[in-house]
Design a protein around this ligand. Structure first.
Ligand SMILES: Nc1ncnc2c1ncn2[C@@H]1O[C@H](COP(=O)(O)OP(=O)(O)O)[C@@H](O)[C@H]1O
Ligand SMILES: O=C(O)[C@@H](O)C(=O)COP(=O)(O)O
Length: 426
C-alpha cells in the first residue's frame, strides 16, 4: 500500500468527516482507529485518516501520539500529512492544536504551516483570522457552552498563539484571492520572520482550493474538512490520482438490530433527540445518578434497551442542556463527569452490540471515540454521506462481523438525522 495523503484526526467523528470529504472528492480513503496492526488487510487506497482520541488530553500526550502516527503515515508513502482539527477549533489554552502542529512540522523539517478550520459547507468560515459558525462569531455560537472545550475567543491567531511556542501569523483573504503563488509567498515571508504557523482565511470553496494547492507544496497542514477538500482537489488536478472513489458498495446490508447512543450536548444533537422521540423510544440517562451510582444505572439502561430493541431502533442519551451540564460539572469536575459519562455510554453500546446490534449511530466526538475503542473496531471503509460531514461507515476486520456505523459530530446533521441515518443502514 502506498498512499498520497495521510491525516491524523484528533477525534473519531472528525476522522470520518474528513474521510467523507476526501472520498467525495475522489480519493479512495480508509479511516483507521489508531495505527493499524500490520496484519490488518487494507484495500488499494489513496489516503488514510488515522483516528486518535487526543482532542481533550494533555498536550504532551497528544504530541506523542500524533508524532507516532506521522511516522507511520510517512512510512506508508504520505508526502503530506494533515492534522485534522475541529471546524470550530475546539481546544483550550492548554490545548494541542499548536503543540501538535509544531511537532509535526519539526519532524518534517520545519517551515511555515497553514492552519484553517474553515468548512463552508457546514457554515464555518474564517475572515481576518476570526472564525464564524453560521452567522455568529465563534464566541457567540453554541460552542461557548461546549462541555469540554468552551470557546470564548473567535480570533484564532490569538487562540493559537496562547497554545504555541512560535509566533502565529495571518494569511488574509486578500492574499488568498490574489492566488496560490501570492499566498505561498506570504506563508514563506511569515516563516522567515519566525512564525511557525499561519491562520488562513477562507470563505468559499475556491479559497480552500487555493489553500490546498499551497498546502500540497508543504509537508504538513492543520485544518478541518475544508482543507481536506482543497488538498484532495489539488491532488486530483495534479493528475496523481484518477479521482474515481465511490462509496456505494460500502453500504451492502448487514442486517441485525439497530441503536443510537448520544453523548453530545450540542444544540443540534439536543434537537435531533427531541425529533427522534416522536418516532422511536428514547431513554434519557440521569447523569447525576449515573455518576453517583454508575453500574446500577448502566444495567438499568441495558435492560430498558433489551426490552425494546427487537421491535426497532432505540436511543440511549446522556445529552443535556448547558445549565444541567454546568451543574453536574460544578459537583464532579468537567473532565471527571465527561469521562464517566463516556465510559457509561460506551459500555451500553458494547452490550447492545453483544445483543445483536449491527447498525449503530453514535452522536458526539468523545462519545464516539469511547464507543469505538470499547468495540475494538480496527478500521472503516467510507460509504455515502448521510449529512454534510457524516458518512455511513463499514467496519474492516471487526471481530463481531461487518457492522455499519455513523459517527456524528455533535453539531452536524439536520433535525431528522437519526431516522435519516438508519434509513441508509440496512
Ligand atoms: N449530561 C451531561 N453532563 C455533563 N457532561 C455530559 C453530559 N452528557 C454528555 N456529557 C459529556 O459531554 C462531552 C460531549 O463531547 P462529545 O461527545 O465530543 O460531543 P460533541 O461532538 O458535541 O463535542 C462528553 O465528554 C460527554 O461524556
Ligand atoms: O470539523 C468538524 O466540525 C468535525 O469533524 C469535528 O471534528 C467535530 O467534533 P465533535 O463535535 O466533537 O464530534
Amino acid at each position: 500500500m502506498a498512499i498520497w495523503l495521510g491525516s491524523i484526526a484528533d477525534d473519531y467523528t472528525g476522522a470520518s468527516d474528513l474521510a467523507n470529504t476526501l472520498t467525495k472528492n475522489g480519493l479512495r480513503t480508509v479511516q483507521t482507529v489508531g495505527i493499524p496492526d500490520p496484519s490488518l488487510a487494507l484495500p488499494d487506497i489513496d489516503a488514510v485518516v488515522v483516528s486518535l482520541k487526543i482532542r481533550s488530553v494533555p498536550a504532551s500526550e497528544a504530541v506523542n501520539a500524533a508524532t507516532k502516527a506521522e511516522r507511520w503515515l510517512r512510512h506508508q508513502g504520505a508526502g503530506h500529512v494533515l492534522y485534522k482539527i475541529c471546524s470550530t477549533f475546539d481546544s483550550t489554552d492548554a490545548g494541542n492544536i499548536g503543540p501538535v502542529t509544531e511537532a509535526l512540522s519539526e519532524a518534517a523539517g520545519g517551515g511555515g504551516v497553514l492552519v484553517t478550520p474553515a468548512f463552508p459547507e457546514t457554515g464555518r468560515t474564517v475572515y481576518l483570522g476570526h472564525l464564524f459558525v453560521g452567522g455568529q462569531p465563534l464566541n457567540e455560537s453554541p460552542l461557548k457552552d461546549h462541555p469540554l472545550n468552551p470557546m470564548h475567543d473567535a480570533n484564532l491567531v490569538r487562540v493559537l498563539s496562547r497554545q504555541s511556542r512560535g509566533a502565529v501569523g495571518l494569511i488574509d483573504l486578500a492574499a488568498i484571492t490574489a492566488g496560490a503563488a501570492a499566498a505561498k509567498a506570504k506563508l514563506d515571508a511569515l516563516a522567515r520572520t519566525g512564525a511557525t504557523m499561519a491562520i488562513a482565511d477562507a470563505i468559499f470553496e475556491r479559497d480552500l482550493e487555493t489553500l490546498g494547492e499551497i498546502a500540497l507544496e508543504t509537508p504538513v497542514s492543520s485544518g478541518a474538512s475544508g482543507l481536506g477538500l482543497g488538498l484532495a482537489r489539488a491532488l486530483v488536478r495534479s493528475g496523481r490520482i484518477s479521482g474515481s472513489a465511490t462509496g456505494e458498495d460500502v453500504i451492502r446490508p448487514v442486517g441485525g438490530l439497530s441503536a443510537i447512543i448520544a453523548g453530545s450536548c450540542s444544540k443540534a444533537t439536543l434537537r435531533q433527540l427531541d425529533i427522534a422521540e416522536r418516532v422511536m423510544p428514547v431513554l434519557r440517562l440521569d447523569p447525576e445518578r449515573l455518576l453517583a451510582a454508575g453500574p446500577d444505572q448502566i444495567a438499568a439502561a441495558i435492560s430498558w434497551a433489551g426490552d425494546r430493541i427487537s421491535a426497532g431502533p432505540v436511543v440511549v442519551a446522556a445529552s443535556a442542556a448547558p445549565e444541567t451540564v454546568s451543574r453536574l460539572q460544578s459537583q464532579y469536575g468537567r473532565e471527571a463527569s465527561g469521562h464517566a459519562i463516556e465510559t457509561a455510554t460506551s459500555i451500553i453500546a458494547a452490550e447492545l452490540v453483544e445483543r445483536g446490534v449491527r447498525r449503530l449511530v453514535v452522536a458526539g466526538g468523545e462519545t464516539s471515540g469511547a464507543a469505538v475503542d470499547r468495540l475494538a473496531i480496527p478500521a472503516f471503509l467510507i460509504g455515502p454521506e448521510i449529512a454534510p460531514g457524516v458518512p455511513v461507515l463499514r467496519t474492516v476486520g471487526n471481530t463481531q462481523g461487518d457492522m455499519l456505523l455513523a459517527l456524528k459530530s455533535g453539531n452536524f446533521g439536520g433535525e431528522d438525522f437519526f431516522a435519516a441515518a438508519l434509513a441508509m443502514m440496512r
